[in-house]
Ligand binder design. Structure first.
Ligand code: GYE
Length: 326
């Protein structure tokens, strides 16, 4: 499926006069039987930040609460390993696979392999390329935040509160991942529409703290007049703060730093005045993920996307909200 578009694949399937190739019903997500207990796979993408750890803990806690067996894998930042992890879950005969696809395209074969094996897939927190796989056909649903909206909320805060600061360095998330694509889209479009801002550089920091620090350091040298840093996640924002301080600049004063995720460390940095604002990206997936699977087993029709609610933190509420941040 990597070298063929989904449409070509479907056309080829129809051309051979059947809607089944190797036993696959093309247009349908595999069914899930109603049972007292399940063996459930959760294919995590990496565990290098508090957001991922909070998500994993939430999934593990819910599985334990329900008495379900959880087959957990960590792809350690490799899309290839994540595909292998899903294949191993298929071989172990799990009932359902929860997948947090590291990147939009490389995980398509994993989604299709599960479908072919008759195992429903629920995408968690990141999505796959919608031209190659569809909710309600190839996988059941996507549960997660509206990333376009998250980026837009950062831009809207700046439009109101930047106080003349205007030259933006953007630190992008993992290249080819849905949150990086959509947080960029939402932000760039809204900041353009606001007028008076310029994105002087936009480069990936791979959603990682140290990479974010290194990229911010290089970009600050190339653009010493930059006075805003927008990071697609907290980890890169925290790295950027280290780069600013090493360059003798005061975050919050010389340069406004904004991010997405809203972990405790970042919300504390808002309280401290080093981060100007953070859009939360809610990592507590467990209850909704397992409830969705149970609703599906009961025969309910599942919506193609289930959107999580995200909070927003700035100086006006960070201290009061700190205790609730993950
Ligand atoms: O923002 C980031 C993580 O996919 C929404 O991935 C998630 C993002 C989150 O590694 O910190």
């Amino acid at each position: 499926m990597t070298s063929m578009s989904r449409r070509t694949f479907l056309l080829a399937a129809t051309a051979v006069g059947t809607l089944a190739i190797a036993g696959v019903a093309i247009a349908e997500v595999p069914k899930l039987a109603q049972k007292d207990t399940y063996k459930v796979g959760f294919a995590q993408t990496e565990s290098n930040n508090p957001w991922r750890i909070a998500q994993t803990n939430s999934m593990k806690a819910e599985a334990e609460k329900l008495g379900y067996q959880l087959v957990y894998t960590d792809a350690a930042g490799s899309a290839a390993k994540q595909v292998a992890d899903v294949n191993s879950m298929i071989a172990q005969g799990v009932d359902v696979i929860f997948l947090a696809p590291r990147e939009e395209k490389p995980l398509i074969p994993a989604v299709m392999a599960a479908k072919k094996a008759g195992i429903p897939v629920i995408l968690l927190d990141r999505s796959v390329d919608p031209s190659l796989a569809k909710a309600g056909e190839d996988y059941l649903t996507f549960i997660g935040s509206n990333f376009v909206e998250e980026g837009k909320r950062v831009a809207e805060w700046l439009a109101k509160n930047a106080n003349g600061k205007s030259k933006i360095i953007e630190l992008e998330g993992t290249t080819g991942s849905s949150p990086a694509n959509d947080r960029k889209k939402g932000f760039d479009e809204a900041i353009q529409a606001a007028g008076g801002f310029e994105i002087v550089a936009s480069q990936t920091g791979d959603f990682a703290r140290d990479k974010g620090r290194q990229v911010a350091e290089a970009l600050l040298q190339a653009h010493p007049d930059a006075d805003i840093i927008y990071a697609h996640n907290d980890e890169m924002a925290i790295g950027a703060i280290a780069a600013l301080e090493a360059a003798g600049k005061v975050p919050g004063k010389d340069v406004l730093v904004l991010s997405i995720d809203g972990g405790k460390e970042a919300v504390q940095l808002v309280v401290d005045g080093k981060i100007a604002a953070v859009v939360e990206c809610n990592p507590r997936f467990g209850p909704k993920a397992f409830e969705t699977m149970q609703r599906y087993a009961k025969g309910e029709k599942i919506e193609p996307t289930l959107v999580n609610e995200d909070k927003f933190y700035d100086a006006s509420n960070a201290a009061a909200e700190l205790a609730n941040a993950y």
